[in-house]
Design a protein around this ligand. Structure first.
Ligand code: AP5
Ligand code: MG
Length: 231
């Protein structure tokens, strides 16, 4: 069963690509950011505690994130394989993950920081369905409205400049060092995350197919879809 981690800086395109490739390969897309935002929107005790950290661009305490992750990986769809998007983000999380599951590959999204900042500044999300747009690279058909349901698009609170600065620093200090941790375990596959989303998907597909054939947890490569999806 294919088990992948997508790691990279905020705005590198992890969510965009995990959405596409998880659907293609019938893997669960497990985004701790999405899980935390859903908990915050639902007003659960965990979500209320996480909300201030997310808005400020800080990491949510490990115990809260791990509780959400374990629940999510226990759901039936994740038992056929998954893409972890945004987890782990520090050494304690990586060590905890190693006690939960083996991995086939950790895909490292490489992108210059100027491009990251532009992508985050332009990101807009649907208030209803969460579809992700970008004012430059993926604009909606009608400005400010979701193509799927016509609901309004908003900027994520943590995409405002102050929070972006904090997120990039947290990434450099706590998440980027995981590159060495996973290199030491022979799991890292780096990809160039620049170019159009379609270019990046093609690069990733090749990497995942190769890794799924080699990893100790893998049984089958991702299935190809007939073409790019609309979201
Ligand atoms: P999370 O939601 O994971 O945010 P992030 O890691 O900062 O990553 P982003 O979602 O900002 O970027 P992405 O790489 O997914 O980019 P996307 O595809 O959207 O986490 C948010 C917060 O939750 C954290 O700060 C923390 O507080 C908390 N949290 C989450 N996980 C945690 C954990 N494990 N531990 C503790 N706390 C945790 O793309 C960005 C934009 O670029 C979009 O507009 C998109 O349309 C556009 N785009 C994508 N690809 C391309 C392309 N190829 N060309 C042009 N534009 C593109
Ligand atoms: Mg994301």
């Amino acid at each position: 069963m294919p088990r992948f981690v997508f790691l990279g800086a905020p705005g590198a395109g992890k969510g965009t690509q995990a959405e596409i490739l998880s659907r293609e390969a019938r893997l669960a897309h497990v985004s701790t950011g999405d899980l935390l935002r859903a908990a915050a929107a639902a007003g659960t005790p965990l979500g209320r505690e996480a909300d201030g950290h997310i808005r400020a661009g800080r990491l949510v305490p490990d115990g809260l994130v791990l509780a959400l992750l374990r629940d999510r990986l226990d759901r039936p769809d994740a038992r056929a394989g998954f893409i972890l998007d945004g987890f782990p983000r520090n050494r304690p999380q990586a060590e905890a993950l190693a006690t939960i599951t083996p991995l086939d590959a950790v895909v490292w999204f490489e992108l210059p920081s100027a491009v990251l900042v532009d992508r985050l500044a332009g990101r807009r999300v649907c208030t209803q369905c969460g579809t992700v747009y970008n004012v430059s690279s993926r604009p909606p058909r009608t400005a400010g409205r979701c193509d799927r349901d016509g609901a309004g698009l908003v900027q994520r609170p943590d995409d405002r400049p102050e929070a972006v600065t904090t997120r990039l620093k947290v990434y450099a200090d706590q998440t980027a060092p995981l590159l060495e941790y996973y290199r030491g375990r022979g799991l890292v596959r780096s990809i160039d995350a620049a170019g159009t989303p379609e270019d990046v998907t093609a690069r990733l597909r090749a990497v995942l197919e190769a890794a799924a054939g080699r990893g100790d947890a893998a049984t089958s490569p991702p299935r190809r879809s007939p073409g790019p999806r609309s979201r």
